[in-house]
Design a protein around this ligand. Structure first.
Ligand SMILES: *Cc1c(COP(=O)(O)O)cnc(C)c1O
Length: 379
């Protein structure tokens, strides 16, 4: 699915030099690499504050702590996402409220969000799934109307942009009150272990978050709030410093691969191609609204599972993200959910398939993958 060795070979000299300097300085926690990365990411995203932390799950949790959400508060999020999103809501004693997604883009459905609002609703967590943003104009409008906080789960869409109906263009993760991302190795900007970050333009919130990541300390050994230990390692920051200047070219390579896949699959009766939130197919040459964390097709006519089995027999990697909607997971079921409220996620879990997608995919690999899939569907 990903080729991290190939990508490392390309940046080996720089990464190794940075590693050596961290090892020699012994500044393993915080230190210059972390500070350099924080500043570089702030500049890249055009956001006032980046708060590095230990991983993307922590980033989501810290965002909710920083916003002062209290046990019993309801937090609305998508039924179709990685469990981390809902896990931290439950862990903090907040009440997760899962809602359906849009059938074409797989993004949280604003109409379902609006229907799920109660007097206890305090926040919405839109997930920028598979590499593009959720419909943020609609989400922000609902949030403003009901005075809700918006925490963007940007683990899968770093580097993607969102263009609002009024024409303003913003980086994914910088549109709501706070954004959270992950630098897990397979993410678009991945380190060589765990890493994460929060983004916000709110000075007071940034200050709160910086304390929470470090045991609630704003002054050494003064613990003003309950915090956690969630810091980005200097060695991980060193990798990220080498990779961040290359992120746009990495994302362009992913888009090129998506374009080649799309061209091969276009018009096939069993295949629905990935759609973008802004309707441009995300792969026009100038467009950076989709950074293809995953290239995800819908396989119709009940053929998905047979295709997955066939690809396995041909040793072609593929993934099903996500095979079980969250509302059906034992940890997150809730008697108040009705299956009729989740018709889209239920269908998607039976239709989606994600194909290999990374910066090192070449034309020969794509052609082998697409031919194998088309031969199977046509046989
Ligand atoms: C990867 C991911 C996370 C969690 O990030 P970690 O760094 O693995 O903790 C959260 N949300 C989504 C949508 C993700 O894809």
């Amino acid at each position: 699915m990903v080729d991290l060795q190939g990508q490392y070979r390309d940046i080996q000299t720089e990464v190794n030099e940075r590693f050596t300097s961290v090892l020699e300085s012994a500044a393993f926690i915080n230190g210059p690499e972390v500070q350099e990365f924080q500043k570089a990411l702030e500049a890249y995203l055009g956001v006032k504050h980046v708060i590095p932390c230990a991983n993307g799950t922590d980033a989501l949790q810290i965002a909710m702590m920083g916003l002062g959400l209290q046990p019993g508060d309801e937090v609305i999020t998508a039924d179709f996402t990685f469990a981390a999103t809902v896990e931290v809501i439950a862990l903090l004693g907040l009440t997760p409220v899962l809602v359906d997604v849009l059938p074409d883009t797989f993004m949280i459905d604003p109409a379902s969000v609006a229907r799920a609002i109660t007097p206890k609703t305090k926040a919405i967590v839109p997930v920028h799934l598979f590499g593009q943003t959720a419909p943020m104009d609609d989400i922000m409008e609902i949030a403003t109307k009901y005075n809700l906080k918006v925490i963007e789960d940007n683990a899968q869409a770093i580097g993607a942009t969102f263009t609002s109906v009024n024409g303003t263009k913003k980086m994914a993760g910088t549109i709501g009150h706070v954004g959270a991302t992950s630098f897990f190795p397979s993410k678009n900007l991945g380190c060589y272990g765990d890493g994460g970050a929060l983004f916000t333009n709110d000075d007071a919130l940034a200050h709160t978050l910086r304390g929470i990541v470090n045991h609630g300390m704003y002054e050494r050994y003064h613990h003003d709030v309950v915090g956690v230990n969630s810091r980005l390692d200097a060695l991980q920051a060193a990798v990220l410093n080498a990779k961040l200047p290359r992120l746009d070219s990495y994302n362009a390579k992913r888009r090129a691969a998506a374009k080649a896949y799309n061209a091969a699959f276009k018009g096939h009766p069993d295949i629905e191609l990935p759609k973008t939130v802004n309707g441009c197919e995300g792969i026009c040459d100038s467009c950076d609204c989709h950074v293809f964390h995953q290239y995800t097709l819908k396989i119709t006519h009940g053929k998905r599972d047979a295709l997955v089995a066939h690809l396995a027999s041909e040793a072609i990697p593929c993934g099903v993200y996500y095979p079980i909607p969250l509302h059906k997971q034992k940890a997150y079921t809730n008697d108040s959910y009705k299956e009729t409220d989740f018709t889209v996620t239920n269908t998607l879990s039976e239709q989606v398939i994600s194909l290999p997608m990374h910066t090192e995919l070449d034309a020969a690999q794509i052609s082998h993958i697409t031919k194998t899939i088309l031969n199977f569907l046509n046989s």
